[in-house]
Design a binder for this molecule. Sequence first.
Ligand SMILES: [Zn+2]
Length: 285
Amino acid sequence: MGISRQHDYIPAHLPTEAAKESAWVLVLLEKKILMKKVGDKFYIPEANDIDNLIINDKTMEYIGKYDGHDCYCKRLNEIAELPDYLELIDLMKITNLSDDSGLFMLAGTANHILHWYSVNQYCGCCGHKTLDKKDERARICPNCGNIVYPRISPATITAVFRDDQILLAHNRNFKKDLYSLIAGFVEPGETLEQCVTREIGEEVGIKVKNIRYFSSQPWPFPDSLMMAFTAEYESGELIVDNCEIMEAAWYKADSLPEIPSSDSIAGKIIRWYRDQTVTSSNYKE
Ligand SMILES: [Zn+2]
């Protein structure tokens, strides 16, 4: 069980050698990323593809190596007219337009780092301008010494099973007719399992048991880490909170509603359930 990462990504805050013209540069503008078009496929541009972004740009952040490529990122507020081979692509559509399913998460990582960077330019304690800390990825306040690391906000997401059925819910913020798993942020003082129990109780009114870890996925929009679990129905009737969750029901594998894309861990777990249930007709959790 679980979902492995198909690509080799090694996070780092500084490169091991000087930036090369072949380094990848992830340029973000609002919720879009600049990509290089070759035929009908899109790739992350190399530094030498982007004339107006020099590789020694001091505002670029290094984010590590992806399949051996040094990766830098930068956010722009506006962009000049683009050459034919560059296009701005919606971050959420990268997977459909590229052969490399790992680029979605790489672009998300750039989004996470750049968001953190932009909201920590000033110290939260004394208001002084912060500086890059030299030996690790952090901002440090030269006035009071406050250090700010990139924030990661943990959240749980749970696939609840009742016999051969899975619980799916429609969240107020989802697009029409889309159903997914119950998810929510971990509160201070809470274990992951307590978070699972509380969120399911609050949002759909049932109790669950046998909570088991499944897998995890960064969700860097802007800074979540989703921790996925499976659980079994224990008791209670489905009663939605009508605040976040508008509808919830039990679904069989062969009659699922519209579900999230397989880019998200929710989409991956629901497909895992469907595929193993369909291939194993006597499946009982
Ligand atoms: Zn300070």
